[in-house]
Write a protein that binds this ligand. Sequence first.
Ligand SMILES: [Zn+2]
Length: 384
Amino acid sequence: MSERNEKILVELMKFSGNNVCADCDSKNPAYASYNLGIFICERCSGVHRSMGVHISKVKHLKLDKWEDSQVERMKEVGNKRAKMKYEERVPPCYRIPKEDDPHILIEQWIRAKYQREEFCYPERQSYTSGYFSGFLMKRGKEDSRYRSRKFILSEQDDTLKYYITEYKDPKAILRISELNVVLSPEKMSPYINSLQITFLKDGTTRHIYVYHDEAEVITNWYMAIRCAKLHRLQVAYPSDSQTELSKYLTEDFAKEGWLWKTGPRTSDGFKKRWFALDNRKLMYHDDPMDANPKGEIFIGHMADGYGIKMGVSTGVKDQGFSFMLTTPDRVYNLSAQSEIDRDLWIEVLERVIEKPLTAQDIAVSARLVRKRTSSNSISIFSPR
Ligand SMILES: [Zn+2]
């Protein structure tokens, strides 16, 4: 009997929809949830198991023994039908995870789908109303200690505020439409339920780092910011589709890591800096968790004099894995830790340089450049 069941399962897996994981789209799922009737990958099977058997019953497709009724259930449901039910009302601002996304995103997506059934019952989506508030642990700018701070998101005012003392004026007011947020950045480990919020203040970038003990809370904050951003964009661009606008809500940094860079003079030595590429902004810091970058380089389009290539400028000593970033104002000599890392940096920067500028990019560039003369703030053209 079991051999027959194994054959049926193999046949079922060939159907479109069943050949990828029901939750993260990765290819060739090896597991199944036999009560939900879906085919899933190894990683997602772990999340399914963690929810408990009252939500999801997991089996390996080949290594476990299958009963007729269980195979029957797989035949009856399958990934496509399950999607229609459990993903029926996913709001357009929700970031649906892909295979390589942070674990928290995948975990919370699976729990939202099957445990909380948020996409069957939209009234359970606490993050779509445009207002969100609560306490988050925020890293201090100077002493790097985390302290509890009240945060309030208001789509109507286009603000995200935080308070040191609840009944006093906010410590900071951020414009929702101008901020970017990254969920669970690796450098914040061991705080996995974390956000890095990045925004422009006085012509320079500021990073805020927060975390919460509960993964669901921090994910809800992330989605709430995305939802508020989407609604603001819909007002500004009423003729654009939600699907199109939802591409511009949040953007993970294309790459982060250590590089060595020289100063503006060829005689300057190479200094180790933590680089982060946020859309068209290449920022560098002393420390990965700094609140402000030491300098920021706006990466424009190739037609405007931006370029990237391997090697060093004349007179500069090659550090082994060097490359040059050319902007209309100067050439940056940079060096990576390995050949692979250098090639990855060149690849991501090339992609940016080849991409046409959006209206938002132009606005960011103008705000960064306009402030460059103020003596105290960090300047993008006189890097230290
Ligand atoms: Zn998966």
